[in-house]
Design a protein around this ligand. Structure first.
Ligand SMILES: [Zn+2]
Length: 368
C-alpha cells in the first residue's frame, strides 16, 4: 500500500501552491518536477497558449508492461477562489484550510494520490500497465483545459478522473451533457412617451418567452436554466435588444437535443408574433456519458474498491467533469469520489482517512 506520511506531506505542499484557475503556472512546474523524478518526461500542451493563461495541460507517460492496456489517471491543477495563500491544517482526523481560503483538496487530493500511487508502484517494482498521467489546467468554470487538450498525444482508450464529491468508492457512472444558449431578441426602438406603438419591445418578447420555456428541473435527469438577462438603455425608450444566456443538461442526449429544439421554436414563435427577431446560438459544451456496471472500467474499479474493504457506490450526477470531455473524445472515462466535502467554500475539508483511501485506490487501479 502507499506511504501515508509521504502522501500527507505532498498534499500539504501542493495545497500551499497558489493555483487559482488560469494561474496554475507554479503548480504545473511543481508537478512536472514530481513526474520527472518518477522517470517520466512531462509535456505541457498548447492549451495554455490558446487560453492565454499560465499553464497548459500536463501529459506524462509512465512506462509499464506493454502487454497490458494503457490507462489514464487524471486530476486538475487549478482551484476556485478564494485560493491565494492556502494553508492546510490538521484538525483531529480531518484536514481543513487555515481560514479565509478554500482548501483546494479539490483537486490537490487527486494530484497527490496519483503521484503517491506511482511512486509506491515504482518503489515496489510491481507490474502495471503503461500509464498516461494527465493533469488538466483551468478545469473549474468550464472544463477549459480539457476542452483544448491535445488528445492526439494520448494512446490510452480508458481512464479514471479523480475529481468527484462522494466517499471514496463512489463511481460516477452517469453524467449529463450540456448545451449553452446565447439568445438575442431584437425589437425596434421608439420613444416610450411619444410613439410607443412604433416600437417593438424586446423586454416584452423576452418576458413572454421566459414564461413559456420549461425552466428548472424538467425530469430526474434533465434540467434547464436562464441565468443571465441583459437589455435596455433608458426608461423612455422602447427596448430594442435583450440578451439572455442559459443552459440545459441531460443524461439523455435525445432529451437534450429536444429541449434545444423546443427553446428555439418558442423563441422564434413568440418573436414572430410581436414582429421581433431572434438570434439563437446553441453550443454543445460536452456530451453525456453512461457506463454499465458490467463495463470493464467499472468492474475493475469495483474490484479495486472492494480490496480496500470500502463500499462501491454507483452514482449519477448533474454536473460535468473532465470525464465528459474524455468520453466525448473516444476515451472511456469515469469520475471517482474523493471523500472531500464542502468544496468551493472556505469550509472545504477532507478526512485524512479518505485522502489515504484515494491514494490506495489509485494504486489498486494500476496494479490489480
Ligand atoms: Zn474539481
Amino acid at each position: 500500500m502507499t506511504n501515508k506520511e509521504r502522501l500527507k506531506k505532498l498534499f500539504f505542499e501542493l495545497v500551499e501552491i497558489d493555483s487559482e484557475s488560469s494561474k496554475e503556472g507554479k503548480m504545473a512546474e511543481r508537478l512536472k518536477k514530481e513526474l520527472s523524478d518518477l522517470g517520466g518526461e512531462p509535456y505541457e500542451d498548447s492549451a495554455g497558449e490558446k487560453m492565454g493563461t499560465e499553464a497548459g495541460n500536463i501529459i506524462c507517460k509512465i512506462d509499464g508492461d506493454n502487454d497490458k492496456e494503457p490507462i489514464i489517471l487524471s486530476a486538475h491543477m487549478d482551484t476556485v477562489k478564494p485560493g491565494i495563500g492556502k494553508k492546510a491544517v490538521l484538525d483531529g482526523d480531518v484536514i481543513r484550510s487555515e481560514g479565509d481560503t478554500v482548501l483546494g483538496a479539490d483537486d490537490a487530493a487527486g494530484l497527490a494520490a496519483i503521484l503517491e500511487a506511482l511512486r509506491t508502484a515504482k518503489e515496489q517494482g510491481v507490474s502495471h500497465p503503461p500509464i498516461e498521467v494527465v493533469f488538466t489546467a483551468y478545469e473549474e468554470g468550464g472544463l477549459n483545459g480539457s476542452r483544448r487538450l491535445e488528445f492526439d498525444k494520448l494512446t490510452a482508450k480508458k481512464g479514471y478522473i479523480l475529481d468527484s464529491s462522494g466517499k471514496v468508492g463512489t463511481m460516477i457512472v452517469e453524467a449529463p451533457g450540456q448545451e449553452k444558449y446565447d439568445i438575442k431578441i431584437k425589437g425596434k426602438p421608439a420613444h416610450a412617451g411619444l410613439s410607443p406603438e412604433d416600437g417593438v419591445d424586446a423586454v416584452k418578447v423576452a418576458g413572454e418567452i421566459i414564461t413559456k420555456l420549461k425552466i428548472g428541473r424538467i425530469d430526474e435527469e434533465t434540467t434547464s436554466n436562464i441565468g443571465i438577462i441583459n437589455g435596455g438603455e433608458a426608461t423612455n425608450v422602447v427596448c430594442p435588444l435583450v440578451e439572455m444566456k442559459g443552459e440545459a443538461r441531460s443524461r439523455d442526449e435525445q432529451k437534450l437535443s429536444e429541449i434545444t429544439q423546443e427553446f428555439k421554436k418558442i423563441c422564434n414563435e413568440v418573436a414572430d408574433s410581436y414582429g421581433a427577431t431572434v438570434e439563437f446560438e446553441d453550443n454543445r459544451l460536452y456530451s453525456s456519458y453512461k457506463l454499465d456496471k458490467e463495463d470493464d472500467l467499472v468492474s475493475h474499479c469495483t474490484e479495486a474498491v472492494k480490496k480496500l474493504e470500502l463500499e462501491p457506490a454507483y452514482k449519477a450526477t448533474g454536473g460535468g467533469s473532465d470525464a465528459n470531455i474524455f468520453n466525448s473524445n473516444g476515451i472511456k472515462t469515469m469520475n471517482l469520489g474523493m471523500g472531500y466535502q464542502k468544496v468551493h467554500t472556505t469550509d472545504e475539508f477532507i478526512p485524512v482517512k479518505e485522502l489515504e483511501n484515494v491514494a490506495d485506490l489509485a494504486y489498486n487501479l494500476i496494479t490489480l
